[in-house]
Write a protein that binds this ligand. Structure first.
Ligand SMILES: [Zn+2]
Length: 277
């Protein structure tokens, strides 16, 4: 899997799979309610299995509901209680609700049953990775988002940062060591990639529309006019540049993070006219 934590921009919302899409009504997830004001820590986990459904050849997202049902069945049958994690995160950054509260409404949710000796004050997240793999950038972004949802939960009563400590580095009861959450996840915990404070983009001013502000305009190929980079915002249209050499153009497009938009000859002419004002 490609590891790229540098995917975390404004306007992003995760793919969320509520319990209802995978749960077997005969074996629902249950547990005592969590107490938001006690929670001060997010705890990553892995399964330790070396061949999970994680996007390798022949592994499909559609197979995850049955996999989660199997985990829940195993917990209920062999341990006598429901799967202990709050959420699972797949390689595409999809979030699967297990014990966790609904991150959109903040409602529901059960106390952790995955962090022995620490269940009152911790929120466990299961990364669906092969063994010691690192999570994908998308998965880390989803984890940061859940971290932020938990940190800002209205019933928590304070918005202090949550510590991120992987399972095996909790001060667990003696005689109960674990390699969880694996070497890859420990590395990204140590780099701060799962922290709500981790930012890869500078804070951007609030936009009032979803419209991209920097556009790389590609006119119709037969129009015989150069490609154009313009900035569109509340102040109007501003010409940033147009192509000199190919390398200069590519550098400018990359620097401006310009969105590529193909336009008609009429639209192109309108942008040029407005930029000239
Ligand atoms: Zn664990």
């Amino acid at each position: 899997m490609i590891v790229d934590p540098h995917i975390y921009g404004p306007g992003w919302t995760p793919t969320y799979h509520p319990r209802s899409v995978w749960e077997d009504p005969a074996r629902p997830v249950t547990g005592p309610a969590w107490v938001p004001r006690l929670v001060d820590m997010i705890v990553p986990h892995y399964t330790a299995a070396i061949d999970l459904i994680d996007g390798d050849l022949g592994e499909f997202i559609d197979d995850l509901p049955a996999y989660l049902r199997a985990i829940q069945r195993d917990y209920v049958v062999t341990r006598g209680y429901s799967v202990g994690y709050w959420w699972a995160i797949d390689w595409l950054g999809g979030i699967w609700q297990l014990r966790g509260f609904d991150p959109y409404t903040g409602l529901g949710g059960f106390k952790s049953a995955a962090n022995a000796g620490h269940n009152d004050h911790t929120g466990p997240i299961l990364f669906l990775v092969d063994g010691d793999d690192e999570p994908t950038g998308e998965a880390m972004r989803a984890a940061r988002w859940l971290n932020a949802c938990t940190r800002r939960h209205p019933y928590r009563g304070r918005r202090t940062q949550l510590a991120v400590v992987d399972h095996g580095r909790l001060p667990i009861p003696p005689g109960n060591p674990t390699a969880c959450a694996g070497k890859g996840i420990r590395r990204v915990v140590d780099k701060g990639f799962l922290s709500d404070e981790f930012q890869t983009f500078p804070t951007q001013p609030q936009e009032t529309t979803d419209m991209p502000t920097t556009l790389h305009l590609i006119p119709p190929a037969d129009a015989g006019v150069p490609e154009l980079i313009v900035c569109v915002d509340g102040a109007g249209v501003q010409l940033i540049g147009l192509n000199g050499s190919t390398s200069q153009t590519l550098a400018l497009i990359a620097a401006m993070k310009a969105t590529t938009v193909s336009v008609s000859a009429e639209q192109y002419g309108e942008f040029v006219a407005r930029a000239a004002q």
